[in-house]
Ligand binder design. Structure first.
Ligand SMILES: C[S@@+](CC[C@H](N)C(=O)[O-])C[C@H]1O[C@@H](n2cnc3c(N)ncnc32)[C@H](O)[C@@H]1O
Length: 332
């Protein structure tokens, strides 16, 4: 995080420093602080610092859209104040009102006491800068595929699929909240996008997100087991972030992940039960020039041992190395 701007008039001439606020009402969260201590916290930065201290002391895990306690605290502070995360720096040294203070402290307290992902507490997560609704019916989106659509499926020569405008059909298998289907629909504006999940609960959340992004005309949701609800349909591009956690990983999931649906993680003994089925069945659902983009987490070595003849192309992102592979239809 870059240093915060000094308090004072913003470029529009508005004064960012609030007047002295009334002491916060003593609510559930505030009462966790020693008497009067809540009043010592005044600016957004004060609350971020306080939240980070609480998060570190509680040994929370950060794996749901943020990867460190500072980003997590800034996200929660912004949500309590109805600010977009990008606005944090503008207001970092602004003071909060008593009501806002109570909201922030309540969120910090609930994050520590419930160990739920921050996204569930505020029913929102940002992915590639876009907001998505989430609750306990779906895993909190954090797939690397969103970034890869931008970095490897653009208009340049390095694109894995040619001009995005020429992509007419996309399938998002294991869609969860619908986040990847929505990002794909925006990335490939001329494509019809189908999205499948086995969980009715997840599809209810996906339907809400599709509607909130105004994409009902472009995205069709299907309930079922992988390709089964699709008949013999074929696609230019299949994307999938399936369950891929192995038995050891399932036993070690942090409390935050245990708040998420088990079906979103559980990939069987070696983590690859679903991935191997996707690989086996994808060819029958791909157009001749199409391809499959699939996330497998840390399953690369196990997958290469399981399918040694397949020329999987491993892709990196800013925060991941070889956790997603690409394979063209002709190589399947
Ligand atoms: C890791 S989550 C990914 C969700 C979303 N694509 C994302 O990236 O946030 C995996 C999803 O696969 C779904 N799922 C599990 N088994 C499935 C199956 N056999 N067929 C279709 N969907 C399945 C789960 O319900 C869950 O929503």
């Amino acid at each position: 995080m870059t240093p915060p701007p000094r308090a004072g008039p913003n470029p529009d001439g508005q004064i960012l420093m609030a007047k002295r606020v009334k002491p916060a009402k003593r609510g559930r969260a505030v009462s966790k602080l020693p008497k009067g201590a809540a009043d010592e916290l005044q600016t957004l930065l004060d609350f971020v610092r306080y939240a980070v201290s609480r998060f570190l002391a509680a040994k929370l895990a950060f794996a749901h859209g943020t990867t460190d306690p500072v980003a997590e605290a800034a996200f929660l502070v912004c949500e309590a104040l109805h600010l977009h995360p990008d606005q944090f720096e503008t207001f970092a040294t602004a003071r909060v009102t008593a009501a806002e203070r109570a909201r922030i402290l309540d969120l910090v307290e609930r994050r520590v006491s419930t160990r739920k992902p921050a996204a569930y507490l505020v029913n929102k997560i940002y992915m590639r800068g876009l907001p998505f609704y989430v609750d306990e019916r779906v895993i909190v989106p954090r797939s690397f595929i969103g970034e890869l659509l931008d970095s490897h499926f653009g208009q340049d020569d390095a694109s894995l699929i040619g001009d995005p405008a020429s992509v007419e059909t996309v399938l998002d298998l294991c869609t969860g909240s619908g986040c990847l289907a929505i990002l794909a629909a925006r990335h490939f504006p001329n494509a019809e996008v189908d999205a499948v999940d086995i969980s009715k609960d997840a599809l209810d959340v996906a339907a809400r997100n599709v509607a909130e992004h105004g994409l009902e005309g472009q995205i069709e949701l299907y309930q079922g087991d992988l390709f089964k609800p699709l008949g013999e349909k074929r696609y230019d591009l299949i994307i999938s972030n399936p369950p891929y956690v192995d038995a050891g990983g399932m036993a070690d999931l942090p409390a935050e992940c245990r708040a998420e649906p088990k079906i979103a993680f559980d990939g069987g003994n070696d983590g690859l039960d679903i991935v191997k089925r996707v690989l086996k069945e994808a060819r029958a659902h791909l157009a001749p020039q199409g391809g499959l983009l699939c996330e497998v987490g840390r399953g690369r070595i196990a997958l290469e041992l399981a399918v040694p003849r397949l020329p999987l192309l491993w892709l990196d992102t800013e925060d991941s190395e070889a956790e997603v592979f690409w394979i063209g239809a002709a190589d399947l």
